[in-house]
Design a protein around this ligand. Structure first.
Ligand code: DGL
Length: 274
């Protein structure tokens, strides 16, 4: 059996915030990252489209030799993961695995809250899917979840406008709206992988007694636990510490922008998906 890199997928740059933490926790493995920048944002697209784009990307990872793919995108996890796991994987290869970010986040988010009131910020797609409400309820049935869609935030991040008057306006607006719906919230989950880039502004408009939780570390810990629980999958993961980046968009644009998310220079290759 040829040893394989772990695939990390996002609609664009956001998954790099997850990869960064995964690499810090599990540096020994090889990682292959794909951002579907040419077709981002996913957060405003319908179910069918997100599913179709995500499946194409997953198949691309499999063709590169990956057996384990993480959808490091909440929108893809909310809209495509279950169908891919239940309907597609049995026909493609029962030995392949695709994991998402919503379940591992839901498994632990309740431990951050004392008031038992948690706010979830996400894309319109993630919020409308209700995935967080459904998943968190399985692990923490006594927690009240209040969601707020922040449709402008991904574009602010993608367009390099994290420190701008628009960012101030839209961040304040959505934090205020969330806390107006439930003023007992003591924990806010950034349920979109782009949002950690707005953390400074989010902190500025959030009362100090409220904890703001990003997903990177949670996903990294969960992957570590998964590989420990599944030694036969772990054994097939190659361990040369390599990171290879691909984008469906312009690779020069990707390289210029990606370091903001990843914290290091990146040299990506362009890939064309069907
Ligand atoms: N980063 C994706 C997520 O976590 C959303 C970005 C997009 O809308 O494409 O949901």
């Amino acid at each position: 059996m040829i040893k394989q890199p772990i695939g990390i997928f996002d609609s664009g740059y956001g998954g790099l915030t997850i990869l960064k933490e995964i690499v810090e926790t599990l540096p020994q493995y090889d990682y292959l990252y794909l951002g579907d920048n040419a077709r981002a944002p996913y957060g405003i697209k319908d179910f069918e489209t997100v599913y179709e784009y995500t499946l194409q990307s997953v198949k691309w990872f499999f063709n590169q030799g990956c057996s384990l793919v993480i959808l490091a995108c909440n929108t893809a996890s909310a809209k495509a993961l279950r169908t891919i796991q239940q309907n597609d994987l049995p026909n493609i290869d029962i030995n392949k695995r695709v994991l998402g970010v919503i379940r591992p986040t839901s498994e632990v988010i309740g431990t951050f809250s004392k008031s038992k009131h948690v706010g979830v910020l996400g894309t319109t797609g993630t919020v409308q899917s209700n995935s967080y409400v459904i998943e968190i309820d399985k692990f923490f049935p006594h927690i009240t979840i209040t969601q707020e869609a922040c449709p402008e935030w991904v574009s602010l991040v993608e367009n390099n406008q994290c420190a701008s008057a628009e960012a101030d306006h839209y961040v304040k607006m959505h934090i205020d709206q969330l806390l107006k719906k439930d003023n007992n919230i003591d924990t806010i989950l950034l349920g979109c992988t782009h949002y950690p880039l707005l953390l400074n502004t989010i902190q500025q408009y959030t009362p100090k007694n409220i904890s703001i939780v990003s997903q990177g570390k949670i996903i990294a810990n969960s992957l570590q636990a998964y590989l420990t629980r599944h030694p036969q999958i772990e054994l097939n993961c190659s361990k040369n510490g390599s990171r290879t980046f691909f984008t469906t968009g312009d690779s020069t644009d990707f390289n210029n922008h990606a370091s903001l998310f990843y914290g290091e220079q990146i040299a990506a290759n362009q890939v064309i998906l069907p």
